[in-house]
Write a protein that binds this ligand. Structure first.
Ligand SMILES: Cc1cc2nc3c(=O)[nH]c(=O)nc-3n(C[C@H](O)[C@H](O)[C@H](O)COP(=O)(O)OP(=O)(O)OC[C@H]3O[C@@H](n4cnc5c(N)ncnc54)[C@H](O)[C@@H]3O)c2cc1C
Length: 400
């Protein structure tokens, strides 16, 4: 350890939704924590995010539910539409029955609004210190914890290290060391437009999923209904270098056969940036000694269940419960955290992949899917209980 190495009891690497939520959860338990973020500021991309009741329960425990709800929209329902025929397949109501069952609504919001609400609470917490412009690059075990060296030469020795550094996690390379994440095979374009620019063909209040062979488009309002968020996803032609997959011409080609409303929506999405989607299959442990993972670093999943950020939030509060319950025994705390979180997130990682196949189905499979879904009662919720009914607490431990 060099004499410039800073000793911290708990270090979070990555200041995205998961990392900042973890810091806040730890501080709410009375535990000091330092956060390092590689970017020059804590920021999210200009797009929306769906937050289900399980995420809202964690935000409530973190004390930031109110500011998050302030800018959010509560869509009356999620509507599933056939992207080719333009016909309605089914819907899931988010009204009184849903909110009674899960004690929270389903909301959609702007990612920046979510991150800013968590960041503002972190800034108010004396137990949290935050640093930007620090990219963790090398990790090594020490007698008292883990030594993290950053790209600028700064270093930290942490008694407990939490890798919340996303899909390309440097901490995961140290704890699990299982190489690069896998290609899902899909490419996404996303962003917001002014609500007035959105077609009101199916209403602008609901969250609408348009699904078709190898494509889907998700639309919903954010920021109090002033912006309209859209996510267009399609199965990319996977020949050649992945960096070139899903160029704008391919987006247009993939959505060529869709109904007018969907085509208009896709045309209005910015082509400046695209996401080649990746995930991982579950692993039995995310931990090595005094280092563990959360969020996308631990269990990246395709977006088909809209649960990646929700799971990062759940991880955050359960991890803080575990560290608070086990005192200085960090390894026991991480074992308790994993016992609670690995099985649930593993199931969702696999489920999300299957959902992708169902959503993008073609031919007879798509016809059968639509026919079966059309018989669903919009108020019938057993399919969503596992996702939305989860209480994010460490088993057997009373949260503070
Ligand atoms: C198209 C799409 C739509 C989605 N929609 C939803 C949705 O509706 N609902 C939902 O719940 N989820 C959704 N997700 C998933 C969700 O976006 C992610 O699961 C979530 O953002 C993960 O948060 P995180 O904090 O774990 O990781 P990230 O958001 O990736 O944050 C990681 C942070 O760590 C920093 N970092 C990285 N490496 C280092 C390093 N070496 N040192 C220091 N800092 C580092 C990064 O700069 C970043 O700030 C969607 C994903 C996609 C792709």
């Amino acid at each position: 350890m060099t004499n410039t190495t800073r000793r911290v009891e708990r270090l979070v690497v990555g200041g995205g939704i998961g990392g900042l939520a973890a810091a806040l959860a730890l501080a709410r338990q009375g535990l000091d924590v330092h956060v390092i973020e590689q970017a020059q500021e804590f920021a999210e991309i200009g797009a929306g995010v769906q937050l289900a009741p399980n995420a809202l329960r964690t935000l409530d425990r973190l004390g930031v539910l109110e500011p998050v709800l302030d800018g959010a929209v509560k869509p009356p329902s999620a509507v599933l539409m056939n992207a080719v025929t333009g016909e309605r397949i089914t819907s899931l109501g988010f009204g009184r029955g849903f909110q009674h069952t899960y004690a929270q609504p389903y909301i959609v919001t702007h990612r920046s609004d979510l991150l800013d609400a968590i960041l503002a609470a972190c800034v108010e917490e004396p137990a949290i210190t935050l640093e930007v412009g620090r990219k963790a690059v090398v990790l090594a075990e020490t007698a008292q914890g883990v030594l993290v060296t950053c790209a600028d030469g700064s270093s930290y020795e942490a008694g407990a290290l939490i890798g919340a550094d996303g899909l390309w996690s440097a901490v995961r390379a140290y704890t699990v060391d299982d190489g690069a994440p896998a290609y899902v095979g899909d490419v996404a374009y996303r962003g917001t437009i002014p609500i007035e620019a959105a077609s009101d063909r199916v209403g602008r209040d609901d969250m609408t999923w348009w699904i078709g062979p190898g494509v889907h488009l998700i639309q919903y309002p954010v920021r109090g209904g002033r912006l309209f968020n859209q996510v267009a996803v399609f199965a990319a032609d996977r020949s050649g270098d992945p960096a070139g997959w899903g160029a704008p011409a391919e987006l247009d080609k993939a959505f060529a056969g869709v109904s007018d409303h969907v085509a208009a929506g896709v045309r209005s999405i910015s082509r400046d940036r695209r996401w080649v989607l990746r995930d991982r299959l579950p692993v039995p442990t995310w931990t090595r000694g005094r280092a563990t993972l959360l969020g996308d670093a631990a269990h990246p999943m395709p977006q088909y269940l809209a649960q990646g950020a929700c799971q990062a939030l759940e991880d955050a509060v359960v991890l803080a419960d575990a560290l608070a319950a086990h005192g200085s025994d960090v390894e026991a705390a991480f074992a308790a955290y994993e016992a609670e979180r690995v099985p649930r997130t593993a199931r969702l990682q696999v489920w999300a992949r299957r959902m992708g196949e169902i959503v993008h189905a073609d031919g007879v499979t798509a016809m059968l899917r639509d026919a079966l879904l059309a018989q669903c009662d919009p108020a019938d919720l057993p399919q969503t209980d596992y996702l939305y009914g989860y209480e994010p607490r460490l088993s057997g431990v009373r949260a503070g």
